[in-house]
Design a protein around this ligand. Structure first.
Ligand code: C5P
Length: 220
């Protein structure tokens, strides 16, 4: 692990949270800051990787040296991931993707009518991570997912890893001020090979470096 071990490797990282338009001014979103994804990009750059960062609605400055693609909705994130993942040695889905989106985007701003508000019908979004593992661009491409769990972290994580078909699943323990929007993160990284790596509470950069250690092992 460490400086240079990702030299010549191309990695694609998604970060932030998607926004699903309701009308021209409103959206369904989430509280993801993008900091974990950016930490992954910055640490991969420091280890010599060529980095594409697909950034959904973050307020963070572009990391020097990364190719940054800014996206808004899940549909845009999905297109960018499919375009960029083909040539990637590793793909990390750190973005918080909306599970549902409004079935239609109202072309004009929705107005009060005095009566009961119209319900917003939702449809399920495609699971981008699942699409990426099913359509793996080449043998040996390492695909990493993220999950946030409040309870039975390892048990739920194992089931999700199997369902998503990824090589590594970074399972965040959420609640108690951890994860979303905070500087620190605590996680267990589960491997499709049955491995389990505990990562103590610490900066998101440290977690990112541990994830790249595990990715690098699987690339070589
Ligand atoms: O199923 P869940 O949302 O917990 O899975 C989280 C993981 O799946 C994250 O890596 C996230 O980026 C990815 N995901 C996705 N497309 C979705 C939902 C989640 O790629 N529609």
């Amino acid at each position: 692990s460490g400086p240079g071990d990702l030299a010549g490797r191309r990695v694609v990282v998604s970060a932030g949270g998607t926004r699903e338009p309701i009308d021209p001014v409103r959206f369904i979103g989430n509280r993801s800051s993008g900091r974990q994804g950016y930490a992954l990009a910055v640490t991969a750059l420091a280890r010599g990787a060529e980095v594409v960062l697909v950034s959904a609605n973050t307020a963070l400055p572009d990391p020097a040296g990364a190719a940054v693609r800014r996206v808004g909705s899940t549909a845009e994130l999905r297109d960018a991931m499919h375009e960029e993942s083909g040539a990637a040695d590793a793909v990390v889905m750190a973005a918080a993707v909306a599970d549902f989106r409004p079935a239609t985007t109202t072309p004009g701003k929705i107005k009060k009518t005095g009566g009961a508000p119209a319900p917003i019908a939702l449809v399920e979004n495609p699971d981008i991570l699942l699409e990426l593992t099913r359509g793996r661009a080449h043998d040996g491409q390492v695909v990493v997912g993220f999950a946030a769990e409040t309870d039975h972290v390892v048990e739920n994580g194992r089931a999700k890893l199997a369902r998503k078909g990824c090589d590594l699943l970074v399972v965040n323990q959420v609640g108690d001020g951890l994860a979303f929007g905070t500087a620190d993160n605590q996680a267990v990284v589960l491997g499709a090979d049955g491995s389990s790596t505990d990562i103590p509470t610490g900066p998101k950069e440290d977690l990112a470096d541990r994830v790249w250690d595990l990715v690098a092992e699987r690339l070589s």
